[in-house]
Design a protein around this ligand. Sequence first.
Ligand code: HDE
Length: 700
Amino acid sequence: MAKKKLNPSSSKSANDKATRDNRGNGDELHQVAGGRHPPLTTNQGLPLSDNQNSLKSSPRGPTLLEDFILREKITHFDHERIPERIVHARGSAAHGYFELTKSLRKYTTAKILTETGVKTPLFTRFSTVAGGAGSIDTPRDVRGFAVKFYTKEGNWDLVGNNIPVFFIQDAIKFPDLIHAVKMEPDRGFPQAGSAHDTFWDFISLTPESMHMIMWAMSDRAIPRSLRMMEGFGIHSFRLLDAERKSTFVKFHWRPKLGLQSTVWDEAVKLAGADPDFHRRDLFESIQAGDYPEWELAVQLFTEKEADAFPFDHLDPTKLIPEELVPLTVIGRMVLDRYPDNFFAETEQVAFCPSHVVPGIDFSNDPLLQGRLHSYLDTQLSRLGSPNFHQLPINAPKCPYANQQRDGHMQMEVPKGRVNYEPSSLDPTSPRENPAGFHSAAVVDTDGAKGRIRPASFADHYSQARQFFRSQTKYEQAHIASALVFELSKVETLHVREAVVGHLRHIGEDLARRVADGLGLDALPPAPAAAVKAEESKVSPALQIIGKMKDTLKGRTVGILIHDGSDATTIKALKTAVEAAGGAVKLVAIHVGGIKLSDGKSIAADGQLAGTPSLVFDAIALVLSDAAGKQLAKVAAAVDFAREAFGHLKGIAADEGAQAVLKAGGIAKDAGVVDTKDTKGFIKAAKTRQWDREAKLRTLA
Ligand code: HDE
């Protein structure tokens, strides 16, 4: 058949005809897109006449080795991937700026922290930790929160997480932690999940991780949106004044939209409904001009003050409660431009905690000290050349110069004969300057060298206990239930028991709830603790629910409609939601041609089968009586309502929609209102119906 169609012939004109036929009408290709296209060329600039067919010995003959155009294209394609990050492989990023609103002149010489009103460009990448680059956005996991400030004095990278503490106290344990959490090496699963034996085995033998475990099992690890997460530098850093006197500092990012998380059942289902849920949200909000924003706040304290804390601030498993050292807001970050190219920017960006500017320095936190080595090292293999700093996303936006030369992919052409220092031959060659970077003038009086864990790091439970005690009862139930979920996936009984044993130090009640959830016969013994948990003050700042904002900004309401839906009701809901700062999306069985009550035909934003209520913050059902009866028999429509109810979301339903609610077994509560009650609906949409949950599912 093909032979006949192509009509092979040795004559030139017949060959040309065969080529055109095979790619459709070649001329059309160029016209369809419109515009004035530059010529398509090889990487050497050779203009191409045909990008559809490889060079063959005859129309149906083998491809010729001579086809350098085919080989160049395929070879480049074959090498398009670079190694993904060993951790934080899955990430989404955006450009933006930082604006300082309060000067820290008293504490530091760093221009970025002293020049108010200046807008410093930056690039921020959010990530999950355990999963690969192609994994889902909503696993239970810590989120990376890395910011690269392109300051006048060089790049400053604040490479943090959305949780203010970490699992381990010393960098030497990091490879073990990550090996344990990633997919198990023999079976190659689970992907992007901590609910498996190796992770909990490691945790059960690492009591210092217990505080972080409380955070990781809380809803902080299943955020609603990247725009609704806090960020933390975790470690103490130092700010240095002109005399090199240092003040300790902890950095905090606080989202303008407030903190919000999903509920676990929702996070799990979102993984299937939209694996790119967070990335899409970041992209869409920036495209809509709804720019994500955070405040930057600091906790400042002296060495003397630190000495009086009931914990060691150099221990990264500890935080400084806001009640002890309050936060001072010093500026804001706005993300206003999505990257033009994912690979060139989001994938090739190289963050490094050792990128600081004059006036900022490190503390002796042993986790931070190890990080100062790791990032540059990993980037050498990930990006493949010591010149990765020349990539546009990594290059400083201020002048930079030194005598480093050559290496793979050198993009610059350094001039002159002087590639060393000191030198006298070139008056323009770069020199050191006393105003440049200095380390803090610290006198170490700590004692002898050794592989030592200081005694001040020995209390593993007090802050874990404080965290748990500070949560609302709803959040406590989520933590206990997350522990039950994760440990139920652990096959080894002694690992489950060992973890529950540790929980007893955090709270007997918590341990009991988890033991019951696991069906353990008795509470396992608590392991010996070097330091017993102290009863400390509760800190409401550690909650999520307490930090949700009374706003619909950044939230979306999904309205399920069908032929005959009441146009006035849809309009009234849309007006109310938009007035409260939210967005509305219409969902229907077919995306096009829905005839409303006013006879007008409109399009939906999403097809019901592919747009479950999971992707919305609240829903409304606006259906005629006939449509209500019809959709009560459509599983996707019933699920739309039932899942929103199960995920504690606000629901507005009109008369016709009652049939769908009934089919979903949805009982009336404060969050289920009539569509006419727009005020009540907006109130319900802004939050979750926490009291509903106990009636719906068994929580630990
Ligand atoms: Fe990282 N971490 N990390 N980390 N980390 C990396 O660097 C490492 C730690 C964090 O969006 C890697 O370029 C060690 C804490 C973020 O590109 C690697 C230790 C915190 C990102 C690395 C830690 C972080 C990374 C992998 C223990 C919160 C993603 C790829 C000593 C303060 C940055 C890369 C991005 C990435 C090492 C612990 C945050 C391997 C050795 C604590 C946000 O170098």
